[in-house]
Ligand binder design. Structure first.
Ligand SMILES: [Zn+2]
Length: 260
């Protein structure tokens, strides 16, 4: 990526609306280019200074009531003479517009939710791992090689299971970073596809159902079990990745994770 390309994408990057590949490219460019990094810093500062309390405002409950009242009246009054001729419109339109502005501005300044940020981070880590020589720090199909490799590198011991007999052979393991903390990344294969299984402890997370989401053509499934958080990500279809998640949940039982 050259400077002019990077510059043209900076604002979209700041909005966190770039696809993960562009995101990585621009991150790499910013690391190596002082001029663009400076420009990025400037824009970040402007963004930050706009993010002040004075720009936040909540719609008062009375406004909501008034809009609802107006809409009810409008529904009643909707006459064959048409939408735009009614006097109600003159009253309701500014209110509706104000509500719309609130709806649009508040999320814009509040930014994406932490769940969404985590999802994006997991996708970005997955893509980064697919770059040459990034997939596995310990390339091995043997769970007894991969599991001990994490000893001393993490403050927990992830359960590592080979799922070759289910059609998901273990490819290796890698130290990765998610949410600012080191996590275990277990890599599995499926035909020509790779799956990253990110694992880290989350004592507060309650065990529950899997959640499946799609982002930028990738499927992500996450769940919590035995005090651990699991994120599986791949370009596999949801059904196949769901199958994989099912096997992991079955084999990487909480007791295995806890006993280390
Ligand atoms: Zn540059």
């Amino acid at each position: 990526m050259d400077c002019s390309h990077a510059q043209s994408l900076l604002d979209i990057y700041l909005d966190q609306e770039l696809d993960p590949v562009r995101n990585l490219e621009i991150e790499e460019h910013l690391h190596g280019c002082a001029a663009c990094a400076q420009d990025y810093g400037d824009r970040q500062m402007i963004r930050q200074s706009l993010k002040t309390e004075s720009l936040y405002f909540k719609a008062p409950p009375e406004l909501e009531k008034r809009i609802q009242r107006s809409l009810r009246q409008a529904a009643k009054a909707e006459a064959p003479t048409g939408w735009f001729s009614g006097s109600w419109f003159k009253m309701a339109a500014p209110l509706a517009l104000a509500a719309l502005v609130v709806l649009m501005i508040v999320p814009y300044f509040a930014g994406p939710s932490s769940d969404e940020l985590l999802t994006q981070e997991v996708v970005a880590s997955h893509i980064r791992s697919l770059m040459p020589n990034h997939l596995a720090d310990v390339p091995s199909t043997d769970e007894h090689t991969v599991k001990p490799w994490f000893d001393g590198k993490l403050d927990f011991s992830p359960a590592v299971v080979d799922l070759a007999d289910h059609g998901f052979p273990l490819v290796g393991g890698r130290l990765d970073y998610v949410e600012g903390r080191p996590v275990a990344a277990l890599v599995y294969g499926r035909h020509k596809h790779f799956i990253n299984l990110f694992v880290w402890p989350s004592p507060m997370a309650s065990a529950g159902e899997e959640e499946t989401v799609s982002r930028h053509g990738f499927t992500l499934i996450h769940w919590a079990a035995g005090g651990m958080t699991y994120w599986a990500v791949s370009d596999l279809n949801p059904a196949e990745l769901g199958e994989f998640a099912g096997f992991v949940r079955e084999r990487a039982a909480p007791s295995a994770a806890a006993s280390g």
